[in-house]
Design a binder for this molecule. Structure first.
Ligand SMILES: C[S@@+](CC[C@H](N)C(=O)[O-])C[C@H]1O[C@@H](n2cnc3c(N)ncnc32)[C@H](O)[C@@H]1O
Length: 205
């Protein structure tokens, strides 16, 4: 099951892909999970709920995003933050007083797992080099989608993550994005590259 929790997610219109990701996590049973591109925290929350069950509370979730900062270059992931539902508008503006994609908004949404989560606010090219990626078993790469950003993120991840760890990239099928080219260029460097469906591609380091 994949819940939306009344928030926006790139999986909203494609729940089948969300289930595909969830099934891969169930198979791998990671204890340290990294998500690059957290947005409003919907996938993060689903992953935390799942890992909490699988690992009986003993897991770590690391999330990297610029959160509500504006992108200074084209990354193809327009953030749709317009809140049309008046009840949600009141909730986010007057009750929580945190935008759903802000650092504090996501932190509060994931507060049930406060002991397990580590959120980093910044661009992946600044944050990934300072993380201890050697302990990460599973990465969902869904941040910037330009060729330069995906190439740079994957170069760091593949160099630092341990052998047989897994990276799943979103939007492999999007023509004009840089995901496909950056992933395909790894074919001689990693153990395997496997399309899980049209959209998701799995790299085994
Ligand atoms: C498609 S959304 C992520 C959706 C989320 N994974 C989910 O399943 O709901 C992409 C996110 O990546 C972030 N982002 C884009 N470029 C980035 C970069 N270079 N470094 C860090 N975050 C970035 C955006 O702020 C946005 O929140």
């Amino acid at each position: 099951m994949f819940r939306l929790y009344g928030r926006k997610s790139s999986f909203k219109k494609d729940p089948a892909s969300a289930i595909t990701l969830i099934n891969e996590v169930k198979k791998k049973k990671p204890s340290v999970f990294l998500e690059v591109g957290v947005y409003q925290g919907v996938t993060s929350r689903n992953i935390c709920e799942l890992l909490n069950k699988i690992n009986l509370g003993n897991f770590q979730y690391i999330g990297v995003d610029i959160f509500d900062l504006q992108l200074d270059k084209e990354e193809f992931t327009t953030k749709h933050n317009y809140i049309s539902n008046p009840f949600k508008w009141i909730y986010f503006n007057f009750i929580t007083k945190n935008k759903p994609d802000s650092f504090l908004g996501v932190k509060s949404f994931l507060s049930k797992f406060e002991k397990n989560i580590e959120l980093h606010r910044g661009f992946s090219d600044n944050i990934l080099p300072i993380l201890d990626l050697n302990k990460v078993d599973f990465c969902f790469l869904d941040g910037g989608h330009s060729y330069e950003t995906v190439k740079n993120d994957l170069t760091i991840l593949v160099a630092k993550m341990k052998k047989k760890s897994v990276i799943i990239c979103d939007d492999y099928d999007q023509v004009g994005y840089g995901v496909k080219k950056a992933v395909d260029e790894l074919s001689n460097t990693v153990t395997s590259i496997e399309s899980l469906n049209k959209r998701l591609v799995k790299i085994t380091v």
